[in-house]
Design a protein around this ligand. Sequence first.
Ligand code: MCA
Ligand code: AMP
Length: 511
Amino acid sequence: MSAGQPLKTSILHHGPEDASGYDPTAGGRATPPRVWAHHVLQRPAQACLIDSSGRCMTWSELETASRTVAGRFAALRLQPGDRILISAQASFDLAVAHVASLRLGLVVVPTNVAYRAGEIAHVVSDARPRAAIVDDEQRADFISRADASVLLMNPAVDVAETTDPELDLVSSDAPALIGYTSGTTGRPKGAVLTHANLLASLEALRVAWRWSPADRLVLALPLFHMHGLGVGFHGTLHAGGSAVLLPQFEPQVIFDAIKVHQATLFFGVPTMYHRLVADLRVSELEALRLCVSGSAALPAELHKKFEAITGQRIVERYGMTETAMLVSNPVEAERRPGTVGVPLPGVEVRLQGQPAEIEVRGPNVFSGYWERPEANQDAFTEDHWFRTGDLGEIDEAGYLRIVGRAKELIISGGYNVYPREVEDALCLHPEISEAAVVGASSSEWGEQVEAYLVCSRKIEVQETKAFLSEHLASYKSPRALYWVEALPRNALGKVQKHRLREGQVWPDHTD
Ligand code: MCA
Ligand code: AMP
């Protein structure tokens, strides 16, 4: 496959479409909530969500509860187009508040529960939400310190007033989500995804993964990133299936949930598969119809080991906050370890430049970052392909392999860490004068955050961790430190990180 030649979906790989609640004739009115409404009519008494205590919520209960909460939002004068920040652990209340928001036409800004004051303040000042749903007092305080006018609610949204607004009316091109991500560079930017973007990706996944109302997903991913929210949660509602919502990833709870609730699907990041395969009960996963991995590279070795023990050939897929899902290994044709598969229905992929960057196009791809015209110019090519910042190659069978990144990004356990953000925070420490942050390969985390420091004394990991906890989510803290006399720089003064990693200039000074 030559570079520059677009790669499209093949029926051979993902198969033809079948019937669903998705109504392509709805035109400008086709939105995820309208498809979900179809399932309420089709299967009102069937389980839609199950929580960690085994409680069950049917489709009709989800409809009623989300209608009530949307009525409360409307009584508070929240209107379509208003942003609502949502930062909470997975629960029925969170699920209902999220569905209510989308049904009313609010734009959800999902926000990581590990964020500290500065990270929250950036999202609040940038997205200017009118309201926030938050399950923790400290985070509520961070939000009101950033903007005292934000209306704070807990996930139960237990406010007294309510109205009966018309729901599920927004148009396809209305924004549905703003997902914060640094993209290829800079401070986190809000990727604006419309209802149509989400719907295109959901329908592609439903077809490609043969996702049906009979499927039950064990969902232990957080509901504030595309993987757990846009794929796991929305995907369940789109397919008319059900999901067991778990607030944490804990292998024993996963095995129990699969058994007790007769689950058919599990989605996870590679760190989760790494932990599952180390557990004595791992063979219980053979009961599943499909295991899917994404958010970071799944090592081919782990893929093979997992198959040898469970008989499950994990379906690895590739996506981004800006695009939802792009490429997946097929369910019925060959699944190739070390590759992310072939484009999903409707998605086009091409490789441009040397080293070859992956560029994508399709109805799932967002049209720009929130209020960032300059960033949008860099993000898209002149002929409107989105530059992913990932480097790839396409093998002879048309499977995409991700071979590197053009962007400065570390992916640790599926969470993105931007080295620059950690370097800036480290340099706030009075005894650190310079810092260079890199991702080092780790069997558990995929990559782990490490830092090279120029400092007046030997500072230990625990100390930087305590110091950084004021500024950054704890998963961003370096797990190893190296002390150097100076950072290697080129003639223009730019730090040469590859020289740090290769240890060409400085020996390891780690304990
Ligand atoms: C937790 N810790 C981490 C990570 N997670 N450190 C580095 N990398 C991580 N990923 C740290 C915490 O800060 C904490 O440190 C300590 O580990 C224990 O925290 P806990 O929450 O108990 O950790 P865990 O339950 O073991 O979490 C591991 C995890 C989690 C389950 C693998 O990281 C996770 O849910 N990852 C998935 C993230 C995700 O959904 N990514 C999708 C985004 P301390 O003790 O110091 O406080 S990407 C995306 O959406 C795109 C579109 C895509 O393609 O999917
Ligand atoms: P995010 O910005 O959180 O949406 O993360 C998107 C990034 O995750 C992509 O640009 C890739 O670098 C990475 N990613 C997602 N899935 C995979 C995968 N299966 N293999 C390698 N990298 C992946």
